[in-house]
Write a protein that binds this ligand. Structure first.
Ligand SMILES: C[S@@+](CC[C@H](N)C(=O)[O-])C[C@H]1O[C@@H](n2cnc3c(N)ncnc32)[C@H](O)[C@@H]1O
Length: 328
């Protein structure tokens, strides 16, 4: 636990020092590899699962998420802030439901060196067989077992909880940039339909926007500020209020229509989908800071036939989750 505490201290630091974060991530990965015995060269760890709600990534890709440095830091620190917020409201243990843990329960494991089992209890849900077995193995160990309420191998997008009222926090990172392909939205709606209305959500909100970006200099994408043209989808308690209240598995999302004038775009601008994540409390994953917030360029200036245009978009879960758009 002492080594985990040193790793946690870097993830929980207020300042983000990339050099320090990179070294701590290497130590964390070595620590995780020693905890389990995953033979990642084996093809069995590379089998994604295609659910009706989206793609559940195989163990090897889930392992690699740790390397998305700022993502991992913001999510761990944001989750710690959510736990502290519940502890400020009442005595522990805080009941945290973690949907899509991967093989290491990466986003909570360092926190077990910071909170004790009287403060934090975990319910872990994972669909992938190898990842599930790995967390079973980790949480059978004496240092981690006292934190465990339950481990379930289940599809979190359809799972019916037996005691939904006990949970204080829902944590899930089952997404790609622009909320495409993976089942983050379906999982969030399914579980928030069952949890108490004061249960906290991590990430607190994920917003996908249409933006104009100058892509003449591709290298500039990391440094330029996209010009926001309008929100297309928001995954948050508020943004999903209608779907949460409906209590149905058949989810539909409203169409968004944006009129964009030629002046607003200018000839050099491309259209892009951007993603911003408010993880929790003080923690945000801003534009292009992580694989989860890189832009998707969807239309180059040359492909824009109309000068003034109407952009229509709707988030759809099938055949694969994502923003479906058209231009008129
Ligand atoms: C992107 S990985 C993230 C792993 C880990 N939480 C992290 O942040 O490093 C997503 C994990 O969620 C699991 N997952 C995806 N959809 C799921 C579902 N519907 N029910 C349960 N687990 C799911 C995948 O199998 C994968 O292990």
């Amino acid at each position: 636990m002492q080594q985990l505490r040193q790793i946690a201290d870097v993830y929980l630091a207020d300042e983000l020092d990339y050099h320090e974060l990179k070294s701590a991530t290497l130590v964390f990965k070595r620590y995780l590899q020693e905890l389990t015995t995953l033979d990642l060269g084996n093809n069995v760890y590379r089998k994604d699962i295609h659910l009706t709600a989206g793609l559940a990534v195989a163990t090897e890709w889930a392992v690699r998420c740790v390397d998305d440095l700022e993502r991992t830091k913001r999510f761990i620190k944001g989750t710690a802030e959510a736990v502290r917020e519940v502890l400020r409201r009442r005595h522990g243990p805080v009941q945290l439901l973690y949907a899509g843990t991967g093989p290491y329960a990466t986003l909570v494991l360092p926190l077990l060196s910071v909170f004790n089992p009287q403060q934090l209890q975990l319910t872990l849900v994972e669909i992938n067989d190898q990842s599930y077995r790995s967390i079973l193995h980790i949480f059978a160990q004496p240092a981690f077992a006292p934190y465990l309420r339950e481990i379930m191998q289940a599809d979190a997008s359809t799972l019916k909880l037996t005691e939904p009222e006990v949970y204080d926090i829902l944590l899930s990172e089952t997404m790609q940039n622009t909320l495409k392909r993976e089942p983050q939205v379906a999982i969030t709606v399914n579980l928030l339909q069952q949890l108490r209305s004061d249960a906290l959500l991590v990430p607190q909100s994920i917003v996908v926007e249409l933006a104009a970006m100058d892509i003449r200099y591709r290298a500039m994408i990391g440094v330029q500020e996209p010009i926001a043209l309008g929100a297309l989808m928001e995954s948050s308690r508020q943004g999903l209020a209608e779907q949460i209240s409906l209590n149905t598995a058949e989810l539909t999302f409203p169409e968004v229509s944006l009129k964009i004038s030629d002046e607003a775009l200018e000839s050099k601008y491309s259209l892009a989908l951007t993603t911003e994540i408010h993880v929790f409390g003080t923690q945000y994953l801003r534009f292009n800071k992580s694989g989860l917030t890189i832009p998707d360029l969807i239309l180059s200036p040359d492909d824009r036939t109309n000068k003034d245009l109407t952009f229509r978009a709707r988030y759809e879960l099938r055949p694969e989750p994502g923003i479906v758009w058209s231009i008129g």
